[in-house]
Design a protein around this ligand. Structure first.
Ligand code: G6Q
Length: 580
């Protein structure tokens, strides 16, 4: 858990172009250390919200079949692009009027002002009194973003240059292990934001990686995770990257100590080997030094980078070693292009804004509880898991920035699996179940692995799924096929199930950067509408504190005096008896 930094002056800074200040319903942007300057108009009292409520009642029963039949241009009109990322949002249960009202909601929620506040480095993470500047991580050399009177962009590039130098030394086999052998295995030890991004990016960009090297990721405090990661590796060729912003996280430090013990054993207990086999990514130099890692081999980042927004910081060191510095910088460039699109494109053509508003539309008016993310790209197999943290840790909040309990739904549950696998399991429920599940289909025009007809088949499936969900199959159509009456109801597809299709040219480091930034800013858009803080995560705290209390109760030699509820006491006793 990141701890809140106290105090500090108001961060200010310009440099990414002209900042136009919008009128904001929410003026708790934290510009001055996070104090609320003015009370926000409650979301449900905004004019656009009320109009959307009335509008929903009228639109509720309208079928996508009719919307398409009444507007032959719809499929071409309801689209938007950001570079090579194409969004088709025509298969959503919206009309032009819906869109107009949603865009008004964005305006009345002060989205423009909030975007400017984020890019300017205001402390919009008010509960931790921090700026939120993942956009600075991908700002080009020469840009200026000022935090506490200092331009942070040169620091960002200094770390990138240090990462570049290190990655090149590992990749060229110039960096030698303690016994003079080159490094062939890299293990990232981290959890949450210090793991999910690196894992996802490695899997997504495996095609671009050095195939003579092995990359593994250890996150779980379950010893199995570590044991399986090292069981076939030679310590003499293995480098550990200990990735932890705080360098105090229980799971990561436990795994890091086990890693050190395993590694040092491989060198007959010679502790001097640590310097050649451990590097750190952290903001906490004192703890890194205490662990025994030379701080010359530490890659820093800053408190204005949230864990789940950090895969493009030094936390991405394993990614850079895998795909090389040039590809890593291409990924940063992709992020930056989407940042600029988000910052400058009019809302009605702004992909993150549109995606964010549609999520609000379904969550709050249709009562949709989840969003399925369905990449038709095997390399994106960990993308839904990555998005779960990004979206749910960010927007799983029950109070507004002012601390008032919300009376509307906030962040939906995100989930998903790559197509076509999901089609043979859970898609049944999406097609014919009783719940509304908006879907994001993600696909690429070109495959990285051309193999006969595979890619056309894959693409045929993604287009067919979105079509089937939207238009379904009526009872008349089913009967016309000769289906007996008793079976017909089972074979009817109601349709009217919404989806977005995101289509890009090819999965490259650059397009991955754009895709991740698209969702980052969609999350921000949603959080702004809901008037919540998308950048803290107090909800993960309680369980951690309670676990610290229980650990000694499980480990103590004598029977501990237990003062939990009767269920927890009983579970602890049973576990102690069972483990012997
Ligand atoms: C992310 C969260 C959380 C964090 C982990 C790891 O936004 O803050 O997932 O990334 O708890 O924290 P450390 O990097 O400090 O070990």
């Amino acid at each position: 858990m990141e701890t809140a930094e106290q105090g500090g002056g108001a961060p200010r800074g310009f440099g990414l172009g002209e900042i136009e200040m919008g009128t904001s319903a929410t003026s708790t942007s934290g510009g001055q250390g996070g104090t609320a300057e003015q009370t926000a108009t409650p979301l449900t009292s905004l004019k656009a919200w009320k109009s959307l409520r009335t509008h929903y009642k009228k639109l509720q029963q309208t079928h996508l079949r009719d919307l398409f039949a009444g507007d032959p241009e719809r499929g071409e009109r309801m689209t938007a692009t950001a570079g090579d990322i194409f969004l088709d949002y025509s298969k959503n249960r919206i009309t032009d009027e819906t869109l107009k009202l949603l865009l008004k909601l964005a305006e009345q929620s002060g989205l423009r002002g909030r975007i400017d506040a984020m890019f300017r480095g205001d402390r919009i993470n008010i509960t931790e009194k921090r700026a939120v500047l993942h956009v600075a991580l991908r700002a080009p050399r020469g840009a200026s973003i000022v935090v506490d009177g200092e331009n942070v962009v040169p620091e960002v590039h200094a770390v990138l240059d240090k990462m570049t130098d290190f990655s090149n030394r590992i990749r060229s086999r110039e960096w030698k292990g303690y016994t003079g052998r080159p490094i062939r295995n890299v293990i990232n030890v981290g959890i949450g934001g210090s793991d999910l991004g690196p894992v996802m990016a490695y899997e997504a960009l495996k095609h671009y990686s050095d195939r003579d090297m092995t990359f593994r990721f250890v996150s779980n405090v379950d010893g199995t995770d570590f044991a399986e990661a090292v069981r076939d590796l030679d310590a003499a060729e293995t480098l550990f990257i200990i990735s932890s912003k705080t360098f105090t996280t229980l799971e990561t430090m436990t795994n890091a100590h086990s890693a050190r013990a395993w590694s040092v054993t491989g060198f007959d207990g010679d502790e001097k080997s640590v310097a050649r086999h451990f590097v750190a990514v952290s903001t906490n130099a004192a703890e890194v030094a205490k662990f025994g890692i030379d701080t010359a081999n530490m890659f820093g980042f800053w408190d204005w980078v949230g864990g789940r927004y950090s895969m493009d910081s030094a936390i991405g060191l394993s990614t850079m070693v895998a795909i090389g510095p040039e590809n890593f910088r291409a990924m940063l460039d992709g992020f930056h292009q989407m940042d600029e699109h988000f910052r400058t494109a009019p809302f009605k053509q702004n992909l993150p804004v549109l995606l964010g508003l549609l999520t609000v539309w379904y969550a709050d008016f249709f009562g949709a509880e989840t969003v399925a993310v369905l990449p038709y790209e095997q390399y994106l197999k960990r993308f839904p898991a990555y998005l779960q943290q990004l979206t749910m840790e960010s927007n799983g909040k029950h109070v507004t920035l002012e601390g008032t309990k919300v009376d509307y739904a906030t962040g939906p549950i995100y989930w998903g699996e790559p197509g076509t696998n999901g089609q043979h399991s859970f898609y049944q429920l999406i097609h014919q179940g009783t719940r509304l599940i908006p879907c994001d289909f993600i696909a690429f025009a070109k495959t990285l692995n051309p193999l006969g007809r595979h890619h056309d088949m894959l693409m045929a499936n993604v287009f067919a799924q979105a079509e089937a969900l939207a238009f379904g199959k009526t009872a008349e159509q089913v009967k016309a096929e000769g289906t007996p009456d008793w079976l017909a109801p089972h074979r009817v597809f109601e349709g009217n199930r919404p989806s977005n299709t995101i289509l890009a040219d090819e999965l490259t480091p650059e397009s991955l950067g754009k895709l991740v930034a698209l969702y980052e800013h969609s999350v921000f858009t949603q959080g702004t509408i809901w008037q919540i803080n998308s950048f803290d995560q107090w909800g993960v705290e309680l369980g951690k504190v309670l676990a610290q209390r229980i650990i000694p109760e499980l480990e103590s030699g004598g029977e501990p005096a237990l003062e939990h509820d009767s269920s927890t006491n009983n579970l602890i006793r049973r576990y102690r008896r069972a483990k012997g």
